[in-house]
Ligand binder design. Structure first.
Ligand SMILES: Nc1ncnc2c1ncn2[C@@H]1O[C@H](COP(=O)(O)OP(=O)(O)OP(=O)(O)O)[C@@H](O)[C@H]1O
Length: 251
């Protein structure tokens, strides 16, 4: 078996009297869509914060692409190839879609990509060309000149995805991409994630079970800071502990 792209070992975190994460072991294989689900307060957000670098653990480690990233800052992790959809991307509502994505491309460029070899005038042309290609990937190219503030909520989430993609991640962390979207926008977001999953490994935290069971290759279930099950959608759906602790209400 090849090494996992992401490997979390014994991750623990306590907040005052609450053990938010209890020695969590977790892997994401390259190329998969892995969903993390669990009831409110299970520890999902805390877990994602430890992957993005917003929090450091009391114990345990996070390895990404064969490298220990447990103590790296958020920016260092983005540079290493981990992108989180909303956190690294602050959408500027008063800027156009193209400018927003161009800024994200430039952030990567400043971190040392091949752009520095281009003459300034070519550099700018390539910056916008590349930004437009990312907008194309999320279905927003036709609106590239519009202000981000004029987009619907679902379109803004798609714009955030384009900005995350602009960092050229190997792993995309999606934290509740369906939150606040209506049925039509959710369906579009599912299609978009299906499309992106052909090019990038995805860790999806989501409460929308229809979306999770449609998108995920594997699902992990977190309850009270502990992973109680990891498996294919069918394995998770039929797991007695999962049904008792969580999914019973949702199925
Ligand atoms: N900064 C904090 N200080 C104190 N307790 C915290 C803090 N952050 C999280 N917790 C506690 O840790 C536990 C896990 O919370 P977390 O937000 O990670 O759960 P969650 O699974 O993301 O929930 P939800 O689905 O509602 O977003 C909860 O009991 C929460 O109250």
């Amino acid at each position: 078996m090849t090494d996992p792209l992401l490997e979390v070992l014994g991750l623990s975190r306590r907040f005052a009297a609450v053990d938010a994460l209890k020695a969590v072991n977790f892997t994401v294989a390259a190329g998969e869509v892995h969903a993390l689900i669990g009831p409110n307060g299970a520890g999902k957000t805390t877990f994602i914060h430890h992957l993005s670098g917003a929090l450091t653990p009391d114990a345990g480690s996070v390895r990404f692409a064969g490298r220990d990233v447990t103590r790296l800052t958020m920016h260092e992790r983005v540079r290493a190839g981990m992108a989180r959809s909303y956190q690294i991307t602050n959408v500027f509502l008063g800027l156009s879609l193209l400018d927003n994505v161009a800024l994200a491309v430039q952030g990567r460029r400043d971190a040392g990509s091949s752009f520095r070899f281009w003459r300034p005038v070519d550099r700018e042309a390539r910056l916008f060309e590349e930004a437009l290609a990312f907008l194309e990937q999320v279905g927003l190219a036709a609106k590239h000149g519009q202000l981000a503030g004029q987009l619907s909520h679902g379109e803004q989430r798609a714009l955030e995805l384009a900005m995350a993609l602009a960092t050229k991640p190997q792993l995309l962390l999606l934290d509740e991409p369906m939150a606040g979207t209506g049925p039509e926008e959710s369906a579009r977001m599912v299609e978009l994630i299906e499309h992106l999953a052909r090019h990038v490994t995805i860790l999806l935290v989501e409460h929308d079970m229809d979306a999770v069971f449609r998108l995920a290759d594997r699902i992990s279930v977190l309850v009270n800071g502990q992973l109680i099950c990891t498996g294919t959608p069918d394995e998770v759906r039929n797991d007695a502990d999962v049904r008792r602790a969580y999914l019973g209400d949702h199925l």
